[in-house]
Design a protein around this ligand. Sequence first.
Ligand code: RIB
Ligand code: CA
Length: 306
Amino acid sequence: MTTKIIMDTDPGIDDAAALTMAINNPAIDLKLVTAVAGNVTVDKTTANALKIVNFFGKGDQIPVAAGAAEPLIKPFEDAARIHGESGMEGYDFGDNYGHPIAKTAVQALHDAIMAEDEVTLVPTGSYTNIALLFKEYPEVKSHIKQIVAMGGSISGGNMTSAAEFNVFTDPDAARIMYESGVPIVMVGLDVTLKALLTDASLKQLKDMNETGQMLYGLISHYNDVSGGDQGRPMHDVNTIFYLLHPEAFTTKDLWIDVQTDGPAIGATIADVRGAYHDGKTNAKVCVDIDAEFFNKWFLDQVAQMK
Ligand code: RIB
Ligand code: CA
C-alpha cells in the first residue's frame, strides 16, 4: 500500500534531501511537486526541484509546478546565506533538467488533489501555495488525508528567538493553514534540531553511490549551524521520516495559533494547558524523535539508491 503525497517545497538543501527520500521510497507515490519562494526565489526553487526530479530520471513521471513568488503580506526574506545563492550549492546538476508544467502551483495542486480520494500534503517551505489553494478551491480540503508540515516550533525559533523560518516567511499563510480544519502533523524545530545528521554519517555518504556523492556535495555546503557541533539539521527530511516511521516520534495534540504581527511574528503558540480553545486541538505536534534511528534510516535509504 503506497501513500500518495504531494510535496510543496523551496529547495533548499534539506528540501533536496527530502525530495530524494520521497522519490526513491517504494512506499511513497509522489504525484506532484510544487515550488514556492522561501530559501531562495521561486524561479530558483522551481529549477532546483526539477534538478532533483530529473537527477533520478523521473521528469516524465513527476510534474513540477512553479508557485508563489511572494508571501501573502509579509515582505519576502530568503535564506540564501544558508543554502547558497542557487539554493543548492555543492553539486553540478548540469543544465538539462527539464521545465515546469504550464499550470500554476495552485491549479496543479487543485487538479492533482481532486483526482484522488485522499492525498497527503507535505509542505517543506512556506505555506503560501497552500493558503492560496484553500482560498481559491476550499473543496480540496475533503480530499486531503493530512498535512505533514515542516515548520513551526513550541520551543523557540531559528529566525528570531520565537519564529521558525517557514512560518516566519509567511505567517498569514500559516494561520490560514492551521485554521483550515485539515488534519495537520507539525514537524517543527522541536524534533528537527534533535535528529541531526552527524559528521560520521555525512562522511559515509561520500563513498556510497552517485546519490550519496550528490547529497554529500550539497550537505557539505549547507550552512545551517543550528545543530552546533553535533551535526546538521535535515529539517525537511523529517516529514518523510514521519510518514514512513511515525513510531520514531512522540507527538502531542495541541491547538496552535500563529502570531502574524509584532516582534514575535511567525511564532507558533501552543495552548499547552488546553485552556483557551475549549479543549479543541488543530495539530499533532512532534515533540520528540529517535535521532539514532533517523541517522541509520537516512543512510540505509541512500544505500539503496543509484
Ligand atoms: O526552518 C527550517 C526550514 O526553513 C526548512 O524547511 C529549510 O529548508 C528552510 O526552508
Ligand atoms: Ca524547506
